[in-house]
Design a binder for this molecule. Structure first.
Ligand SMILES: Nc1ncnc2c1ncn2[C@@H]1O[C@H](COP(=O)(O)OP(=O)(O)OP(=O)(O)O)[C@@H](O)[C@H]1O
Length: 301
């Protein structure tokens, strides 16, 4: 039995007359304490995949299992951090974290809650902005606040949907290290979505590409056979890093080419209708000519 598993999962959206299968026949097994990165293009269905793992969405077909049981809904064991931050706009950074901590750990004293908030808000370097509301923060700061909130819940599984995409390179590196520290220290299981090949190879044990949609599916994985801790400063001299990076990049570029070659030209047929009469009503200024159109093609009268 795997810790977290997708079994023949498909997801479709839309009414029966115009249904799109966004994700098709997904199979994935994640073991406890593993760090798996899912890499894919925009619009392929990565967030939909994360919503499935977090129990926020049910598959149209197939099963999503956590410790062998179907996931029935969201819960504190499955901590998701969304790409779009999802902070409550009327609460400060500290209070966003506090609300979540109080909900998941009602037994903690006020002092313990405050310590937790301080610990995680400081970890993401937002201690100077703890009293600020989301609209007073930059995109990157919101992303960090959202990460602090997810980490503060100590979930068994961390589901990170492009958690670092809005950050500058320096902050991104720092937070990559923080996530890796938490993962190594607290022995969490992580599934992270990213579109950055370097980030995936630096952080993950396995990298699973999501093919282009519609009917996106998970392709064969790439195993990252590199010792840990991985030193970001020497990665570019590491032959395995360079090999994997080149191989994954080539694979993703081929996916893109293939999707483009399969794309059908869009022919939008226009309805065969035309106004019956363009005559300007009396009393209105007249143009030099009236146009009367009774059927297409239009014919000047
Ligand atoms: N609730 C929904 N109803 C209808 N279509 C949806 C719904 N959710 C997602 N989709 C469609 O499913 C596809 C995949 O969306 P999703 O957000 O999972 O992609 P993504 O890979 O996360 O994209 P991005 O990287 O741009 O955020 C898109 O075509 C989207 O329009």
């Amino acid at each position: 039995m795997s810790y977290l598993e997708l079994k023949d999962v498909s997801v479709s959206f839309g009414p029966a007359s115009n249904r799109t299968e966004v994700l098709s026949n997904l199979n994935l097994k994640v073991e406890e304490n593993e760090f798996v990165a899912v890499i894919g293009f925009s619009g392929a269905g990565k967030s939909t995949l994360m919503s499935l793992l977090a129990g926020l969405q049910e598959p149209t077909n197939g099963e999503v299992l956590f410790k062998g049981k179907p996931i029935k809904g969201p819960g504190p064991d499955l901590g998701i951090m969304f790409q779009n931050y999802s902070l409550l706009p009327w609460l400060s950074v500290n209070d966003n974290v506090k609300l979540a901590v109080n909900k998941v750990f009602p037994e903690l004293s006020k002092k313990e809650v405050d310590e937790k908030i301080h610990n995680y808000v400081e970890m993401v370097r937002l201690d100077h902005a703890g009293d600020k509301k989301p609209h007073e923060l930059s995109g990157g700061m919101r992303q960090r606040a959202s990460l602090a909130r997810t980490l503060s819940l100590d979930p068994e599984v961390l589901l990170l949907d492009e958690p670092l995409s809005a950050l500058d390179a320096l902050t991104r590196s720092e937070l990559q290290d923080q996530i890796l520290n938490i993962w190594e220290r607290d022995k969490r299981t992580v599934v992270m979505i990213t579109n950055d090949v370097d980030e995936a190879v630096l952080m993950a044990d396995r990298i699973v590409p999501l093919t282009m949609g519609p009917k996106a599916t998970l392709a064969d994985e790439f195993i990252v056979n590199m010792e840990r801790p991985r030193d970001r400063h020497t990665l570019n001299d590491h032959p395995e890093f360079m090999r994997l990076k080149a191989e994954i990049t080539r694979f993703m570029m081929n996916l893109n080419k293939e999707a483009k070659s399969l794309a059908k030209p869009v022919n939008t047929s226009m309805p065969d209708i035309a106004p019956k009469d363009f005559t300007v009503p009396s009393g209105r200024p007249q143009f030099s000519r009236n146009f009367k159109i009774s059927a297409s093609p239009s014919t000047p009268s």
